[in-house]
Design a protein around this ligand. Sequence first.
Ligand code: PGA
Length: 251
Amino acid sequence: MRKKVIAGNWKMNNDLNQSVELIAGIKNKISSLKNNVEVIVCPPFTSLETTAALIKNTGIGLGAQNMHFEESGAFTGEISAKMLLSVGCNYVILGHSERRAIFGEPDELINLKLKKALSSGLNPIFCIGETLAERENGSTFDIVKKQVTNGLVGISSDDLKKVIIAYEPVWAIGTGKTASPAQAQEVHVYIRRLIKELYSADSAENIIIQYGGSVKPGNAAELLNQPDIDGALVGGACLEAESFAGIFTAI
Ligand code: PGA
């Protein structure tokens, strides 16, 4: 039985004081968590170290929102996997649609980042998803196939065990438009079938596939009740402890 993994992607929100406040709120709510549910917070880089100290021994996981694929060097403004590990991260979001669209990250770059995260000991949350135009012209499955296949090039089935896939239809991110449970489930089944083709039935059965895109307390239960939706990557609704907790307690 796969566990449910709820991750909060804070994006470029919360300075240090606001981060401390939000974590305190989340910690207040975490005691009601069932043991087959895992919660991860992904604050901005500047709040990672402080957050790591605040969530110690709570069972909450810590993720960054991006990293560079090189070990170190002349890459002004970038952060390495080793740096993330040194402040207590165990997860990193890679290939988020905002990185792809605003910062021009192609599949090949995301693949390099995934490989570096895995070889360094970080668990990647690997984001994929189609835009509205792609959904409307019927290429959702082709896009998802391309992103999954190119993103996972050279990644072993052993390393795949550490990867969480987040299916986030771009048209549902921050728009208030959620994919219906049936729409999301359909793509999750497709992704799982793809993993079976690329790896094995066992890999497909065990991989965690999150849904992301306007998940909130009011729609979390019906989405997460779908058999192939193993959790959520939450943006807007994770910025208040009340609504974030409303998602992980809705399961
Ligand atoms: P949203 O963002 O919940 O605000 O739609 C999700 C995400 O970008 O991961």
